[in-house]
Design a protein around this ligand. Structure first.
Ligand code: PXP
Length: 239
């Protein structure tokens, strides 16, 4: 039987809502604290280079609180490496970042940037941070991730969520390969109540990171209920 599966809740868009008014409500840290007991196992935040949602003070406060493990999504820049090694979140997830994109559109090109990633991974691990790489379900990218010493890969489920044919099979094979390579397997992007179960059912997947859909559902049923329902669906899929 598959083991437990964790739900990391991405709260970036709490900050998006706050920033729309320029004040300090809603406050991401207060929201994170209020979500204890809902089925949320970790908090995910992405401090983007342009600070469009989470800001430095949010990252600082949430990492200092650490009421749940914090997964710090970051681009591989010297600025972000300095911030991550200072804040020491539980985990860092290195993602590709382009200023013009609305969200993280594709996985990292680990194969062609391993010379940059290898020392960054070592630096983060030296600071006691577990390192994850956000990659497409492509065997070459997974093999390169293992070769340069990542602890975890997070499989990009965006193409699956968009209904690309064959994508569930690619993710299934990628999850198997990930654990065969000795890496922990996470997944995320674009997951909803309707599409989460086939991904949660993959026995190798130990964590899902979900944000935008939960915040959207929160408008209808409240964020705690949305998180509890997502977690219920994940657990049901494992049975
Ligand atoms: N995982 C990673 C690495 C991401 O960059 C994102 C989006 O910020 C997510 C998961 C969550 O995606 P979504 O907001 O579509 O649930």
């Amino acid at each position: 039987m598959p083991g437990k599966i964790r739900l990391g809740v991405n709260i970036d868009h709490v900050a998006t809502l706050r920033n729309a008014r320029g004040g300090n409500h809603p406050d991401p840290l207060s929201v994170a604290k209020a979500l204890i007991g809902t089925g949320m196992d970790g908090i995910t935040i992405h401090l983007r280079e342009d600070r469009r949602h989470i800001r430095d003070a949010d990252a600082e406060a949430i990492c200092a609180w650490a009421g749940k493990p914090v997964n710090f999504e970051m681009a591989i820049t010297s600025e972000m490496l300095a911030i991550a090694t200072r804040l020491k979140p539980h985990g860092a997830c290195i993602v590709p970042e382009r200023r013009a994109e609305i969200t993280t559109e594709g996985g990292l090109d680990v194969v062609n940037t391993r010379h940059l990633l290898r020392p960054a991974i070592a630096q983060l691990q030296h600071a006691g941070i577990r390192v994850s790489l956000f990659v497409d379900p492509d065997p070459a990218q997974l093999e390169a991730s293992a070769e340069i010493g990542a602890d975890v890969v997070e499989l990009h489920t965006g193409a699956y969520a968009n209904g690309r044919p064959g994508e569930l099979a690619r993710l299934t094979n990628a999850a198997t390969l990930t654990t065969r390579l000795g890496l922990e397997c996470h997944a995320g992007h674009g997951l909803t109540f309707a599409n989460v179960q086939p991904i949660a059912a993959l026995p190798e997947v130990t964590e899902l990171n979900i944000g935008h859909y939960l915040l959207g559902e929160a408008l209808l049923i409240g964020l705690p209920t949305a998180i509890s329902e997502m977690k219920r669906l994940m657990i049901e899929a494992r049975l």
